[in-house]
Write a protein that binds this ligand. Structure first.
Ligand code: FES
Ligand SMILES: [Fe+2]
Length: 384
């Protein structure tokens, strides 16, 4: 079932029966050992694992025209995004093939670029990554210039975001299969190439990265952790969950769903009565709120810290709404997440305290367990 399979009636039926507590989605309780969040060797394995998966990295806005470029970091890997003359947006490891200097400073961006010139010895790359010049070319008989192009990374543009796989060794990646029907659903909601991104936020979070997806895969905590912000809007401890491959979608009904009447309205009207959270494995979260999306991506830094970058995304048909409307939405979203982040930081200290040997997931926290099963499975790939 998707939100956009011709009718919202099936979803409405699931919401109504969940609110009536007819067979709410539950699973057996489970445990998550504290080592998962603390161990330095495990962190290195997880970093290698998450680099094999996509991460949303920057908005497409600002990278639409030929010559647009940006330097960023994806799971610790320096990345250069460049839209060449052929209109294709490409991602490369932002590392010169001579002796490895960065071609552009992390966080920098620009337009009308013709060439990337390494600041160290001036090796020069075209916007499609080819090495097109180097001083004293004859000194390098052992590295053919044709083989000295920038290392490409797999990337895709979806929902107004650029998604990158930071592992340059990975082969062809099936992006359509990855985004699957959840991706088609978000496309249908109007978040295409012209999506605007009026707000962005970056922060460093003092907790293990996995505590952040966990916080977004249950609403058991809403009534308590978010009592000052969003708790009053939502039904307590109630989600309509679907999984697809490693990804999750959770529909969170608001109390106002009762006011909709027996016939569900068109999707955007319906949207006022629910939120939809997508987790694209491993760590990109997309929250659809009707006229906009709040999305954020999480990267491990070390076992006790992660980097978070988020964006407010607005589809073309809503860009005319006043700036204060978007600011207000952005502020409430991040105020709510800051409540989660503060708790995750306290949990991280608690994990190191020795009080618990494992974190305990209850029956309604089943999606957290499912997320961990995927992490464990992915970590086991390539293990001797
Ligand atoms: S490291 Fe780039 S030209 Fe030498
Ligand atoms: Fe939360």
């Amino acid at each position: 079932m998707t939100l956009v399979e011709g009718s919202t009636a099936a979803l409405r039926h699931r919401i109504d029966s969940a609110i009536a507590r007819h067979a709410p989605q539950r699973a057996d309780g489970s445990w998550s050992p504290v080592e998962r969040y603390l161990d330095a060797d495990r962190h290195e394995s997880e970093l290698r694992m998450v680099r094999r998966w996509p991460l949303a990295t920057l908005p497409v806005a600002g990278l639409r025209a030929s010559g647009d470029w940006a330097a960023t970091t994806v799971h610790g890997v320096p990345v250069l995004l460049s839209r060449a003359k052929d209109g294709v947006l490409r991602a490369f490891i932002n590392t010169c093939r001579h002796r490895g200097a960065a071609l552009a400073e992390d966080g920098s961006r620009g337009s009308d670029r013709q060439r990337f010139v390494c600041p160290y010895h001036s090796w020069t790359y075209a916007t499609d990554g080819r090495c097109v010049g180097r001083p004293h070319d004859a000194d390098f008989p052992h590295l053919d210039r044709g083989h000295a192009g920038l290392v490409p990374l797999s990337c895709a543009e979806r929902f107004g975001l650029v998604w990158v796989i930071a592992d340059g060794q990975i082969g062809p990646f099936d992006w359509d299969a990855y985004f699957g029907r959840f991706g088609e659903e978000i496309d249908t909601l109007g978040f295409g190439a012209e999506t605007a991104a009026p707000h962005e936020r970056t922060l460093e979070q003092r907790s293990n990265w996995k505590l952040i997806p966990e916080a977004n895969l249950e609403t058991y905590h809403f009534a308590y952790a978010h009592r000052e912000t969003i708790a009053g809007m939502f039904h307590d401890n109630l989600v309509i969950h679907d999984g697809q491959g490693p990804n999750h979608r959770m529909v969170l009904p608001k109390r106002s769903v009762a006011e909709l009447g027996p016939t569900p309205p068109a999707l955007e009207g319906f949207a006022k009565a629910l939120n939809v959270v997508y987790l694209f494995f491993p760590s990109t979260l997309v929250l659809w709120e009707g006229d906009h999306i709040d999305a954020f991506a999480v990267s491990p830094i070390h076992a006790d810290a992660c980097a978070i970058r988020g964006w407010l995304l607005v589809p073309p048909r809503h860009v005319g709404r006043p700036a204060e409307h978007w600011q207000r939405n952005f502020d409430i979203f991040w105020r709510t997440l800051d409540e989660d982040f503060a708790l995750a930081a306290s949990m991280q200290r608690g994990l190191r305290s020795g009080a618990n040997r494992a974190l305990c997931f209850g029956a309604s926290e089943f999606a957290c367990q499912s997320f961990h099963e995927t992490v464990e499975r992915e970590l086991s790939i390539g293990r001797p």
